[in-house]
Ligand binder design. Structure first.
Ligand SMILES: [Zn+2]
Ligand SMILES: [Zn+2]
Length: 282
């Protein structure tokens, strides 16, 4: 199995790779720009060089990037929608520059316009995006959400509905987050329940669309609808749920990435990765 964590790009994008190495990651996820700002300065050539060098020397790969939390391509506010679209397009271009194969995005929130209107807005923005980025190789991944507020993508049917409306299916995929789907009401703990959850996903969306898994335990209880990440084994999913996941051979090639809280020394990442690997049956 391929294990990793989300690492910080503070001080330069190469630092995420270095941190991943320090934290015993096989692979990492990173932002490609500051995640709480619209604007981003162009990546300087020497920073890009150092990024590729870090990958080469550490052997740590970059499985995916994650978009800014500001982006909402489902927004009924046309100014915000357009700003989101432009920002998403810029992130796709930055991933291409950095040769990052995937970009994870929360599908968006309809903010009162209704589920169907929201999902149609998402799909039409993605159709425009792919038509304007013909030479881009990045796969955009819709992340399954916990269903908080008017956020879309908490049901597998919603993910399938959006994908169905996207014309260029080569460049669209899905990211599952254990905390989000558990909070959205998909059970993971009992092996029978786990198998049913994955079968539902396979039937409705298709396992071939699954490119990244975020491995986060859930601070809040099953079906709470709340998105609060907890360290592996310390939340309501617990070790049994993660044991099902890491021993599922169908997921061998799907990077499993932590998005759990941590300090400067990355001790929590090191411990969470140790716990995940310890669950693998010999
Ligand atoms: Zn996530
Ligand atoms: Zn989350």
């Amino acid at each position: 199995m391929i294990f990793g964590a989300h690492e910080s790009i503070a001080g330069g994008v190469f630092n995420a790779v270095e941190s991943g190495h320090q934290a015993t990651c096989d692979t990492i996820q990173m932002f490609n720009k500051s995640n709480n700002q619209w604007r981003a300065k162009k990546l300087p050539a020497d920073e890009i060089d150092r990024f590729f060098e870090a990958i080469e020397t550490t052997g740590v790969t970059v499985a995916t990037s994650h978009t800014s939390y500001l982006i909402n391509i489902a927004s009924p506010d046309m100014a915000l929608n357009e700003k989101s679209y432009k920002s998403l397009k810029e992130e796709m271009e930055r991933c291409e520059t950095l040769k990052i194969p995937n970009l994870v995005m929360h599908p968006g929130a309809h903010v009162g316009s209704g589920e169907e209107t929201g999902m149609k807005a998402i799909a039409s923005n993605i159709n425009r995006l792919f038509s304007e980025l013909k030479d881009n190789h990045v796969t955009l991944l819709l992340e399954a959400t916990s269903g908080q507020g008017t956020v879309l993508g908490s049901r597998f049917e919603q993910l399938a509905y959006m994908i169905d409306l996207i014309e260029d299916k080569e460049h669209i995929g899905v990211c599952l987050d254990t905390c989000h789907i558990f909070a959205a009401g998909y059970p993971l703990i009992d092996p029978k329940d786990y198998r049913k959850t994955i079968k539902d996903f396979d039937d409705i969306v298709g396992l071939d669309r699954l490119r990244i898994i975020h491995v986060n335990d859930s601070l809040r209880e099953f079906a709470s609808g709340k998105d609060r990440h907890e360290h592996i084994g310390k939340g309501h999913i617990g070790l049994d749920g993660f044991r099902n996941l890491v021993n599922d051979r169908r997921l061998k090639k799907v990077p499993m990435i932590l998005e759990t809280p941590k300090g400067e020394d990355l001790a929590e990442d090191i411990e969470n990765l140790r716990v995940l690997r310890s669950l693998l049956s010999k």
